[in-house]
Design a protein around this ligand. Structure first.
Ligand SMILES: Cc1cc2nc3c(=O)[nH]c(=O)nc-3n(C[C@H](O)[C@H](O)[C@H](O)COP(=O)(O)O)c2cc1C
Length: 199
């Protein structure tokens, strides 16, 4: 086998082994500062039409994860005073399962008339996926979650997002407690069609 074939086997194996680890299965330790920055270095290498860098990161860990959960539960209770305790607990724990959550923020400059917003959003989404891959490459587990706080204006303000920003994803990162289960994957043969145009 040639060296380049060997390299591509390794690269494909890494891609093919990528899978999510559920947030509840992500335990300490999480990545330290240097390791997180190394992951982000890979994650920011996404295609980016117009080189707009339409993303940024917010680190949620430790006390800030607890405080954010409390604030989300308070929001839920303010909206629905009859909210069941289980729902409030779920909100409290949203960011505390894994030792680290990286909020990938899509920065959507409204004055940008040149690059369609969907393209900038796709770049931010690509960062989420690249971060999952980088975390796994460094021996961590990760998963990409959203839920109501990603799409709720008041929750977005709590996290410090500006009006023109959206949550692309909450990337939960930690040490897997056990091997993540594999799931059935789509068969690309059933997804691929040739374009057939009439004359
Ligand atoms: C934008 C986006 C948001 C998601 N949000 C959630 C979520 O809130 N809860 C959830 O259980 N899975 C969510 N998922 C799915 C998981 O990230 C993951 O893809 C799924 O558990 C399957 O695992 P896999 O990544 O190994 O295929 C989301 C995926 C994407 C792309």
């Amino acid at each position: 086998m040639t060296a380049s074939a060997n390299n591509s086997d390794t690269a494909l194996a890494a891609l093919d082994q990528r899978r999510s680890v559920p947030a509840r299965q992500l335990a300490p330790p999480g990545p330290d500062e240097a390791t997180l920055l190394r992951m982000l270095q890979s994650a920011v290498r996404v295609p980016d039409h117009g080189k707009r860098v339409p993303f940024r990161f917010i680190r949620v860990a430790g006390e800030s994860a607890v405080r954010l959960g409390e604030a989300l539960a308070a929001l839920t209770l303010a909206r629905d005073p009859d909210a069941p305790p289980a729902a409030l607990d779920k909100d409290r724990q949203r960011f505390t399962h894994a030792p680290l959550v990286v909020v990938v923020v899509a920065v959507m400059d409204p004055a940008d008339a040149q690059i369609p917003e969907v393209e900038r959003l796709l770049s931010a989404g690509s960062v989420c996926f690249a971060l999952l891959q980088a975390a796994q490459a460094l021996g961590f587990g990760a998963c990409w979650l959203t839920g109501w706080p990603a799409h709720d204006t008041q929750a977005q303000r709590l996290m410090g997002l500006a009006e023109h920003e959206q949550v692309a994803g909450f990337i939960h990162i930690g040490t897997p407690l056990q091997d993540a289960p594999e799931r059935n994957r789509p068969d690309p043969r059933s997804l691929l069609q040739d374009l057939v145009l009439g004359e």
